[in-house]
Write a protein that binds this ligand. Structure first.
Ligand code: ADP
Length: 496
């Protein structure tokens, strides 16, 4: 008899997705729904928590029906989610007190600057591995408490709960029985000490966040409660939770020190496993928890770029120069070179290694010949150049990066994958299963519920679909990189 299936919930930035996985890592069902991106002001990004919940519920029910139609048992649920996105809700009603503030949102840049100017950054970094940037949840929590009527008083009375999307979904799925998160989500909040593996009182007081708001922090494979039968029509154990990039690293089975994955969705995130050492970067990379299993933390260095696929979405939804993301592949390959056109997609500031929240996007090198093809190519190339900046920074921190495993919605674009290999000058490996984020959450749930005995079971599941080797001449690479460096210099707000 075949092993039971695992239901993975992937609550992403632009869509909620549910997938059913077999033990061997292949998927048997997927359901996905996009939801609204709300932009109330320049640099602000919100999601409606009810829409997130409804889309999640719908996709879960759809794949559970598929399992029933196939006559297959579902053993457990794993959850992975957009990280840092912050929601506060009422413990009695479960209703959010405000829209969720999304990780890309820059509204707390002035507060971050205030904290930096007061000299707090090095202490914050030594405790959290993070930087004082609006990206992380802590200052977003403070903003909600200060800007939603009565929120701070209610938080102090213990009437409200804070969570990233995993916590919010666990709360809703268990009908308020469980208020929990996992270490990988907690470590992105700016309130969690990654060395002690606990909420940090000094940081909570720096940000004026009452500890009554906070969820319990568990390992990634743990008991996160049972779903209420009235919610999904069945009671299933929630056994695995990890933030999306950590889940992708697990889905790519990056369990050995030195292994690196890079994920290309809305943003791009490079994560390098550094084993049991939390390495402090000298180049503004983040130190983060890769995963925590059986009470043991494995650390990683991470580079985060806010805009990767989002640049393609902008071409489609903002400019209307493409109908679908797939078109960019043939558009870019139709050109012999980039015609000197560079896009620096700093739509919500710049992430690693620049951390410049006030920068805004720019296009360089436009001529009368510049058209949709050049823009498509510049958008795809910007993703490669930004990754190169991260690799350079990680290398300067002493790590050897000689190959990279890629995944995410963008990497089915062969032109992008090849250009990545060319610009990074390392082989790029694309796995059979590129839905590694959802897969990672399923793996965690499978470990906890006994479908997998150990990480070795997972490692043997990984299969390469295609490898891309660098073919670009050094001279061409250097010229392209020089053009990018010049464009970045002209875009940064902190150099002018
Ligand atoms: P997320 O999980 O962040 O919502 P996904 O991993 O689903 O993102 O990837 C979706 C992103 O990938 C979108 O931003 C989309 O524009 C981009 N994308 C999808 N297909 C392609 C393609 N063939 N070429 C370039 N970009 C693509």
């Amino acid at each position: 008899m075949s092993a039971p299936l695992i239901l993975s919930i992937d609550q992403g930035t632009t869509s909620s997705r549910a997938m059913l996985f077999e033990k061997d890592g292949s998927s048997v069902a997927v359901s996905q729904q996009e939801f609204t991106q709300i932009y109330p002001q320049s640099g602000w990004v919100e999601h409606d928590p009810e829409e997130i919940w409804q889309t999640t519920l719908t996709v879960c029910k759809e794949v559970l029906k598929k399992a029933a139609d196939l006559g297959r048992e579902v053993a457990a649920i794993g959850i992975t989610n957009q990280r840092e996105t912050t929601v506060i809700w009422d413990r009695k009603t479960g209703k959010a007190i405000h829209n969720a503030i999304v990780w890309q949102d820059r509204r707390t840049a002035p507060f971050c600057k205030e904290l930096k100017d007061a000299g707090h950054e090095s202490d914050v970094t030594s405790r959290t591995g993070l930087l004082l940037d609006p990206y992380f949840s802590g200052t977003k929590v403070a903003w909600l408490l200060d800007n939603v009527d009565g929120a701070r008083a209610r938080a102090e009375k213990g009437e409200l709960a804070f969570g990233t999307m995993d916590s919010f979904l666990i709360w809703r799925l268990t009908s308020g029985e469980v208020h929990a998160t996992d270490t990988t989500n907690a470590c992105r909040t700016l309130m969690f000490n990654i060395h002690k593996n606990e909420w940090d009182n000094k940081l909570l007081s720096l940000l004026s966040v009452p500890d009554k708001l906070l969820p319990v922090v568990k390992d990634c494979a743990a008991d996160f409660g049972q779903t209420d039968v009235n919610v999904l029509g069945t009671s299933l154990p929630i056994c695995g939770v990890a933030g999306d990039q950590h889940a992708a690293s697990i889905g790519q089975v990056c369990f050995e020190e030195g292994m690196v994955k890079s994920t290309y969705g809305t943003g791009c995130f490079v994560m390098l496993n550094t084993g049991d050492k939390a390495i402090a970067s000298k180049n503004k990379m983040l130190t983060t928890v890769a995963y925590r299993l059986n009470g043991k933390t494995t650390y990683a260095i991470e580079g985060s770029i806010f805009v990767a696929g989002a640049a393609i979405q902008w071409l489609r939804d903002g400019l209307g120069v493409i109908q679908s993301a797939d078109e960019t592949e043939s558009m870019a390959s139709d050109l012999n070179d980039n015609q000197g056109v560079y896009l620096v997609p700093a739509f919500t500031g710049m992430g690693a290694p620049y951390w410049d929240p006030d920068a805004r996007g720019a296009l360089f090198g436009l001529t009368r010949d510049t058209g949709p093809k050049e823009l498509a190519r510049a958008a795809l190339e910007s993703v490669c150049f930004q990754t190169m900046d991260l690799f350079d920074a990680i290398r300067s921190d002493g790590a050897a990066l000689d190959t990279v495993r890629v995944d995410g919605g963008m990497v089915k674009n062969n032109w992008l994958s090849q250009t990545l290999a060319d610009i990074l000058n390392v082989p790029v490996q694309r796995p059979m299963q590129t839905e590694t984020t959802a897969l990672g959450a399923a793996y965690l749930a499978g470990l906890q519920c006994g479908i997998y005995a150990s990480l070795d079971d997972l490692t043997s599941n990984w299969q390469q679909e295609k490898a891309f080797s660098p073919t670009m001449q050094n001279e061409d690479r250097e010229q392209a990189i020089a053009g990018w460096a010049n464009a970045v210099k002209r875009t940064r707000s902190d150099l002018t």
